[in-house]
Design a protein around this ligand. Structure first.
Ligand SMILES: [Zn+2]
Length: 55
């Protein structure tokens, strides 16, 4: 898995760059119960998953 390619994703709320959440203990991306990647948006201070933004 190439973390650089999935490191950022556009926030569906405000089009800011969301940052990939990574489990530092395992050095792997954090996922929700559906296995979708989780991102944190510094613009609206919220998290969103990769399947909320259809592009
Ligand atoms: Zn946002």
């Amino acid at each position: 898995m190439n973390l650089e390619q999935i490191k950022y994703r556009t926030c569906p709320n405000d089009d800011e760059d969301g940052i990939l959440l990574v489990d530092l203990d395992e050095d792997m991306p954090a996922t929700d119960e559906d296995g979708d990647l989780q991102y944190y948006c510094p613009g609206c201070h919220s998290t969103f998953s990769s399947d909320e933004d259809d592009d």
